[in-house]
Design a protein around this ligand. Structure first.
Ligand SMILES: Cc1cc2nc3c(=O)[nH]c(=O)nc-3n(C[C@H](O)[C@H](O)[C@H](O)COP(=O)(O)O)c2cc1C
Length: 153
């Protein structure tokens, strides 16, 4: 069974909640799914796997604390991620202006810099518009699975 990892960056649990809500959608598509709450580079193990990042922004466009080790690993080891295919859901709040979804956007360009390939567009969920992030994330993931044809069966 192919594996999909959901790597979470969260301060207050919203991104983790999104991960838990979308997990069954991937399972129905034939994937074994792991939610990783303390992600590090070591979680990117197999070239065959797809990863989904679900990450909020804190401070002033900053990465959530639990996601810092992952980002530090990227800058310390500068690995080639050419085998990595990923999706990205960024949680933010447009009232923060220029730093809206800053962590998700920075992560996206870091992954691209290391050769990883994003599947589809990035989803940005604005807390000003969507009170519960899963309301936006669940239909997006349903469509994403369909569009990317990552169904196994
Ligand atoms: C102290 C603080 C700082 C924040 N800074 C930003 C920011 O710079 N940019 C942004 O888009 N959202 C910012 N947010 C909004 C959060 O990213 C948003 O509420 C998100 O849904 C939180 O998700 P989480 O529960 O997974 O941490 C901030 C929220 C807090 C409480």
């Amino acid at each position: 069974m192919p594996q999909l990892k959901i790597l979470v960056g969260t301060m207050y649990g919203g991104a983790l909640d999104v991960a838990e809500q979308v997990k069954p959608l991937f399972e129905q598509a034939g994937f074994g799914v792991d939610i990783v709450e303390q992600p590090t580079l070591d979680d990117l193990t197999s070239d065959e796997d797809i990863s989904l990042f679900v990450i909020s922004t804190t401070g002033n466009g900053d990465f959530p604390g639990n996601f810092v080790p992952f980002v530090r690993g990227l800058s310390d080891k500068s690995p080639a991620l050419t085998g990595l295919r990923y999706g990205l859901i960024a949680l933010g709040d447009s009232s923060y202006g220029d730093t809206f979804c800053g962590a998700g956007r920075k992560l996206d360009s870091l992954l691209e810099d290391h050769g990883a390939r994003r599947m589809g567009e990035r989803l940005e969920v604005d807390a000003m518009e969507t009170f519960m992030a899963d309301d936006a994330a669940v239909p997006w993931v349903e469509e994403w699975i369909e569009e990317q044809q990552i169904k196994v069966a």
